[in-house]
Write a protein that binds this ligand. Structure first.
Ligand code: HMG
Length: 415
């Protein structure tokens, strides 16, 4: 049995861009058969940030409800993971720290390794909490996924931020040891400093993902991880939701198991609910999958249905088949370049009373739909780089906004 660290995710909250482009609109523009988007890649729409939104405003919007619920007194570290950084030197998390009026006795840092950065942040946070279990760490994974127009990657854009409070004795999920890890030097997807859109070898990136997943799973089993059959569900990084299906089929094959499509849907189906509407949110993607899975088990009457045990015996502690208490969830994080990590999260008794299902569904349903011409114009928009004063148009209805770029400085404010 893997060692139980009793450290994990105490709270999880996400925010997304305020605008949405549907794949119907994209398909109508480029003549693609809608089935390719809805079925072939498993995407229905993608979030687009408003003109005064970015990784900072989304990150602050995701984290604010966590601070409102738990306060900031025990948070001594903020780790901001992103690959759509707004500055080469200053950590985006410092803007969030300021917007949320967090105590000055905090360390703030930014992390990068493509979509894997959020998981690195989570694992480093767990290490910090182990060192001093009285401390909590705020992890923010926030990204805007942007590819060139009229390229295959265009249909897999998106934007979102996930904030997670990492703590001892977590109220949501315990994160277990061991992890399985894998690194290979490969150019499947990258973004040079001088480009605003990512470069990608689409087919190569799918193979690289599957190879890295296989390597991480093998390492996980070699490190003494759980057996495949112990997992109640699997939550994969979802650059597009069909990728999770490809990944799970490949994992079944790698474990020498038959690929039963009904079984694949049962194992991962619920994890795709948010990502199919939001699109790729890079570092946040796998945690949006976890949020969708947990929120999908929400019992709206507020009772968690658990038996009050610690759930560590692997039983679900409930008659309710939706209840994930004590049942292992496998998480596979992948970041191009590439790094992958496989690990297990186990929901703790009472986790359903901590969920933010309504907030999460509203974040998606509350977006304003935009037309193709509007989307295209926004895609090409950038602040002038002349050092002048460039206020951003007032557009977001979220709690924080980018006021503009003034003398090369990004200025943020509550809305
Ligand atoms: P493409 O060339 O547009 O699409 O590229 P395709 O021709 O491969 O078709 C996609 C699927 O739709 C195929 O199914 C078709 O058969 C099917 P599959 O063979 O894959 O099972 N299809 C249809 N299905 C139903 N009805 C129809 C129909 N027509 C076709 N009418 C690709 C797709 C994903 C490569 C492209 O969108 C792309 O380059 N995306 C960006 C890269 C990406 O997401 N890679 C994923 C792995 S890398 C990763 O996850 C890391 C990443 O998140 C970055 C990071 O780490 O920071 C990207």
């Amino acid at each position: 049995m893997p060692k139980d660290l009793a450290v994990g995710i105490h709270d999880l909250s996400f925010a997304t861009g305020q605008l949405v482009l549907t794949h119907e609109t994209l398909a109508a523009h480029n003549g693609t058969e809608l089935g390719k988007y809805h079925v072939g890649i498993g995407q229905r729409s993608m979030s687009v940030p408003a003109a005064d939104e970015d990784i900072v405003t989304m990150g602050a919007a995701a984290a604010a409800p966590i601070l409102a619920r738990h306060g900031a007194d025990r948070i001594r570290t903020v780790i901001f993971a992103t690959e759509s950084s707004v500055d080469q030197a200053k950590a985006a998390g410092i803007h969030v720290h300021s917007l949320l009026s967090m105590p000055s006795a905090t360390r703030v840092v930014e992390l990068k390794q493509a979509c894997y950065g959020g998981t690195a942040a989570l694992q480093f946070a767990i290490g910090l909490v182990h060192r001093d279990p009285s401390q909590q760490v705020l992890v923010i994974a926030s990204d805007v996924s942007k590819y060139e127009l009229d390229q295959p990657g265009e249909a897999t854009q998106g934007a979102a931020a996930v904030a997670m409070l990492i703590s001892a004795d977590p109220a949501l999920v315990r994160i277990e040891e061991p992890s399985g890890v894998f690194t290979a030097d490969i150019m499947d997807f990258w973004r040079p400093n001088y480009l605003t859109t990512a470069l990608v070898d689409g087919k190569e990136s799918v193979s690289a993902y599957l190879q890295a997943m296989d390597g991480a799973w093998k390492d996980y089993t070699e490190q003494g991880g759980r057996a495949f059959e112990e997992f109640a569900a699997f939550c994969y990084h979802q650059p597009f939701t069909k990728m999770a299906y490809k990944a799970h089929r490949a994992l079944l094959e790698s474990c020498g198991r038959e690929v039963d499509e009904a079984e694949v849907v049962r194992a991962i189906g619920r994890t795709t609910a948010y990502n199919e509407d939001i699109g790729n949110s890079y570092t946040a993607s796998v945690y949006l999958g976890l949020a969708a899975l947990l929120d999908g088990s929400d019992d709206s009457d507020g009772s968690d249905g658990s038996d009050g045990s610690d759930g560590s015996d692997g039983s679900d502690g409930s008659d309710d088949s939706d209840d994930l208490t004590g049942r292992a969830i496998g998480l596979l994080s992948y970041g191009s370049g590439s790094v992958a990590e496989f690990f297990a999260a186990v929901p703790v008794p009472g986790y359903r009373s901590q969920l933010r299902s309504e907030q999460h569904r509203e974040a998606i349903s509350g977006r304003r739909e935009i037309g193709y011409a509007d989307y295209r114009e926004r895609h090409e928009q950038a602040f002038p780089v002349d050092g002048g004063d460039h206020p951003a148009p007032r557009e977001t209805t979220g709690p924080y906004r980018l006021a503009g770029l003034f003398g090369h400085k990004r200025v943020y404010e509550p809305r």
